[in-house]
Design a protein around this ligand. Structure first.
Ligand code: SF4
Ligand code: SF4
Length: 74
């Protein structure tokens, strides 16, 4: 999956990814705790960039966020 995302990004194909709204984030850190890949999700939300080649798009951070600050997008 990591290889697939890397190739897709190099070619420029659209694909499923995460987007966030930093204004909704209360910095509770629950998304970090929920991530099975142990990624720094909250910092990505606050920076407005959730791209990480190790993200498996499992959606745990989306489901966990109490403020719906993270969602899928194409
Ligand atoms: S989608 Fe899954 S792997 Fe990707 S940042 Fe969210 S919890 Fe982590
Ligand atoms: S779970 Fe939601 S509100 Fe909490 S730190 Fe993550 S993005 Fe922010």
């Amino acid at each position: 999956m990591i290889t697939g995302a890397t190739i897709r990004n190099r070619i420029g194909w659209p694909g499923l990814h995460l987007v966030s709204d930093a204004d909704l984030c209360e910095q509770c850190g629950m998304c970090n705790d929920a991530c099975p890949m142990h990624l720094e999700v909250m910092n990505g939300v606050l920076d407005g960039n959730l791209y990480n080649k190790e993200c498996i798009l499992c959606g745990s951070c989306i489901d966990t966020c109490p403020n719906s600050a993270i969602r899928y997008a194409f």
